[in-house]
Design a protein around this ligand. Structure first.
Ligand SMILES: Cc1cc2nc3c(=O)[nH]c(=O)nc-3n(C[C@H](O)[C@H](O)[C@H](O)COP(=O)(O)O)c2cc1C
Length: 354
């Protein structure tokens, strides 16, 4: 029986445990560059015992950022500032990972703690792109992308992956969830194209698979590439778990090493108010999507339950979001609670009784 604090090996990389930090935007970057804040923020979660620390959604293009304050890696000049973050995570004993993203029609939004409204051009905002000219409710209408613009996004993911690897990240995650660009192509609610990128499921998944191919090609063969998906739009006529199972099978064939099972974000929707609203879908993917490792995420705050998700085979890893904002040492605390070894750095371990 595998437990939360056992390592997991994906390709040639062994990750010390199965409690990972979920990617979370902090809206604190300047020109895409991480700041001292990011260094302190990610280093603390690494030292707190997470096996893998995932740097938040990082724009592969400047206009692919959710906000003007998001991280971005669209230029070779970003490599050095990201290298500091990857090194700090590594020094804390965790595996450094980065989420590569394009925000599509949900780009150019302000900081959530200031209301999270669309940002005007005068305030540093920009026009948004999407598969079709259909707005997210309350946001400006995006322009439907040309095939040339689509090819540009694919190339941007390739270059971003190359830069992320140069910066020292060991794991790359393709962000295809939460109503951002790749999810917008997948869902029939936001993709009404009639070319090779719209219509059938295979056509709507075409961009995602092209992105996976170029990221995989830019990433070392012995290092993992992960995929974050929204498993459902929680809306009649939208993206479904069945669609996700099929696309997960294709993604696996294209070299994805783990599927990180989130949900929602494409349109406003009512989400079930249960603890396992999302982890139960991860369990379904693990059972029905073939031989692919699965990450469960969402409302995981309890160590015993997190362990149970692993020991009962519902997921291979858990990703924690808000619990790790609340307590950077959640993993080490959970290890103690479960009778496992906290992952103390040698600088602390000799001084603190276990
Ligand atoms: C402040 C905040 C920022 C987030 N930013 C991202 C992000 O950059 N990329 C992403 O895929 N999910 C993002 N999420 C979603 C989280 O990764 C996670 O899936 C979600 O919060 C559910 O997990 P939790 O209940 O443990 O917080 C964010 C969530 C929060 C709370």
């Amino acid at each position: 029986m595998t437990s939360l604090f056992e390592p997991i090996t994906l390709r040639g990389l062994t990750i010390p445990n199965r409690v990972w930090m979920s990617p979370m935007c902090t809206y604190s970057a300047t020109g895409g560059h991480p700041e001292d804040f990011h260094l302190a923020h990610y280093a603390a979660r690494a030292a707190g015992g997470a096996g893998l620390v995932m740097v938040e959604a990082t724009g592969v293009l400047a206009d692919g950022r959710i906000s003007p304050f998001d991280l971005g890696i669209w230029d070779d000049e970003h490599v050095a500032s990201f290298a500091r973050i990857a090194a700090a995570i590594t020094a804390g004993g965790a595996v450094p990972a980065i989420q590569l993203a394009h925000a599509g029609r949900k780009a150019s939004i302000g900081k959530p703690w200031l209301g999270g409204k669309p940002v005007a051009h005068a305030d540093g905002g920009w026009d948004t792109l999407a598969p079709s000219a259909t707005a997210f409710p309350g946001y400006p209408e995006p322009a439907a992308m040309t095939e040339k613009q689509i090819a540009g996004v694919v190339e941007a993911f390739a270059q971003a992956a190359r830069r992320a690897h140069d910066a020292g990240f060991q794991v790359a995650e393709v962000h295809a969830a939460h109503g951002y660009l790749l999810h917008e192509f997948l869902s029939p609610l936001s993709n009404t194209r009639d070319d090779q990128y719209g219509g059938s499921l295979a056509n709507r998944a075409r961009l995602l698979l092209e992105v996976i191919d170029v990221v995989r090609a830019a990433w070392p063969a012995d290092r993992p590439v992960l995929l974050r998906v929204s498993t459902t739009d929680w809306t009649e006529g939208g993206w479904t778990v069945e669609d996700t199972i099929q696309v997960t099978r294709w993604a696996r064939e294209h070299g994805v090493d783990l599927v990180d099972a989130s949900s929602g974000g494409l349109v406003p929707a009512t989400i079930p108010d249960t603890r396992d609203y999302q982890t139960s879908i991860a369990a379904r993917l693990r059972a029905e999507a073939g031989d692919v490792p699965v990450g469960a995420v969402g409302r995981i705050t309890d160590a015993a339950w997190a362990d149970e998700l692993i020991t009962t085979g519902q997921a291979d890893v858990v990703l924690l979001g808000r619990a790790l904002l609340d307590d950077p040492s959640w993993p080490n605390r959970a290890a103690r609670e479960l009778g496992a070894q906290p992952r103390f750095l040698e600088q602390y371990a000799y001084a603190v009784p276990r």
